[in-house]
Write a protein that binds this ligand. Structure first.
Ligand code: ARG
Length: 479
């Protein structure tokens, strides 16, 4: 039978304005005070206090629903919601600080509420457990955070597109094995990161979709006998659906693991770009100049300008991987449903989102202020025989099978290495000693500009192909 709201009876044990955190809300069953070391060990308020807004929002929605269902009175619901709002205000304006002795943010707010409004506060937890409450708060906190991360990622995406638009014709060497391979453009190179980032944003959206289910009503593990309206709470809080099994509802952390895993992949992408920027800003490459505002100096070597933002991004990628492994390991051995191990989820997921949130503006700023030294890029592409494939392709067009053309081009490269010159420096006469098929049009055919311009196939570096790719990429996220 569903318990219905009954007119309030006075609870003789309740004392208004009792000190909020003096007693444990579960103290009834216990005959001793908790050992001080256990208290500190058990407490999570030091790291879960950051979910206070979500806890208050969730509790207010729960209270409104309890009243609408006739489980508590409308007056009590109003006292609860107003009380919660006053707590929110006092936290935000610094009048109320978190009690480090409180067990967690949920207990802290509930105890504070009861201290402020008396018995009505004690009715808030009707039909709810901290297990579904923490599951709700974490989902809400992460959904709020995901939307900030998403805008940061879209901002980075659009900065990359701008750099690509500026560098459609900036020829540089493309590398394999970090050896110069074939000429491409800076726009084409950076569009590779745009593709990675598009997948990252897609993965973020995909994981938010699953995160967006409301677990309240799962109770401790077995649902509840109260006639809660779970859909109403979901709608009130802006969730798109509800969780479908009470055990899973309280013990699922897939959404946190999916988010961390998506963030780990994202950081891996930034780390790869960081590595390139570190190389490119070295004097050996000198393809880019980092802005002074996004570089740091040395305490001893006056000449140094270091790419610290890129290095930190590369380093912090490891932290995010660490969080992912922590979460997977915490979850792998715990039986259904809630176990206290799961409290260990928070520092890991919070550190992952904090790291990404710190990284995004610094990284995006570093890119948007970075100068690309177009001449240096082109100069590097001119060395290293990056047009040797095009020379082979030229011979193929003149009728030679590709394998033979590869051989001829290779011999010409060896000759040039001995002469310390590039393929373009050879005279037609010299070239003719390698193949009678070569004609005057060879010079045009193997020029860097031709090599790039002729690669017009979808996904290739020809400026008009990349320009089309940029506009398609911009349309994906309506930039
Ligand atoms: N602080 C706890 C956590 O983060 C809240 C849930 C506590 N539930 C319990 N049954 N002790 O997981």
């Amino acid at each position: 039978m569903t318990p219905q709201y009954k007119p309030e009876t006075t609870d003789s044990t309740s004392v208004k304005n009792e000190p909020a955190q003096s007693a444990k809300l579960w103290a009834g069953r216990f005959s001793k005070e908790t050992n001080a070391a256990v208290n500190a060990y058990n407490s999570s308020i030091a790291f879960d206090a950051r979910m206070y807004k979500q806890d208050i929002r969730g509790s207010s929605a729960h209270a409104r629903m309890l009243a609408a269902q006739g489980i508590i009175s409308l007056e009590d619901a109003k006292l609860i919601v107003d009380g919660l709002n006053s707590i929110l205000q006092d936290i935000e304006n610094g009048k109320l600080s978190f009690d480090p002795l409180a067990e967690d943010i949920h207990m802290f707010i509930e105890a504070e509420l009861t201290a402020r409004i008396g018995d009505a506060g004690k009715r808030l937890h009707t039909g709810r457990s901290r297990n579904d409450q923490v599951a709700l708060d974490l989902r809400m906190y992460l959904l709020d955070t995901v939307s900030i991360i998403r805008s940061g990622m879209v901002e980075l995406y659009s900065v990359l597109l701008d750099i690509c638009r500026e560098n459609l014709e900036t020829i540089m060497p493309g590398y394999t094995h970090l050896q110069r391979a074939q000429p491409i453009t800076m726009a084409h190179h950076l569009m590779a990161y745009v593709e990675m980032l598009a997948r990252d944003i897609d993965r973020l959206d995909d994981c938010s979709r699953r995160m967006n289910t409301m677990p309240l009503g799962s109770g401790a593990l077995a649902g509840t006998t109260y006639d809660l309206d779970r859909h109403a709470v979901a709608a009130d809080l802006g969730f798109s659906g509800i969780t479908m099994n009470s055990l899973d509802g309280v013990s699922d952390r897939d959404y946190a693991i999916e988010l961390t895993s998506m963030l780990a992949i994202f950081m891996m992408h930034l780390s790869r770009l960081s590595e390139e920027i570190i190389l490119w800003s070295s004097q050996e490459f000198a393809f880019v100049d980092l802005d002074d505002a996004y570089s740091t100096g040395s305490s001893i070597m006056p000449q140094k300008k270091n790419p610290d933002i890129a290095e930190l991004t590369r380093g912090k990628t490891g932290r995010v991987y660490g969080s992912l492994i922590t979460l997977l390991t915490v979850m792998k051995g715990i039986p259904l449903a809630y176990n206290k191990d799961m409290q260990e989820d928070k520092e890991a997921i919070f550190d992952a989102v904090d790291t990404v949130l710190m990284c995004l503006p610094a990284f995006t700023g570093m890119l948007s202020t970075m100068k690309i030294k177009k001449d240096r890029c082109r100069q590097a592409a001119a060395g290293g025989f990056t047009n040797a494939t095009d020379l082979a392709d030229y011979l193929v067009k003149k009728g030679l099978p590709f394998r033979s053309a590869h051989e001829v081009s290779g011999r010409m490269v060896r000759y040039c290495v001995e002469k310390s010159c590039s393929l373009d420096d050879l005279s037609l006469e010299e070239m003719l000693t390698f193949s009678g098929l070569i004609e005057q049009d060879i010079f045009e055919a193997i020029s860097l500009d031709t090599c790039v311009r002729q690669r017009r196939i979808v996904g290739a570096p020809a400026p008009e192909t990349v320009a089309a790719a940029i506009e398609a990429a911009a349309a994906r996220f309506a930039i």
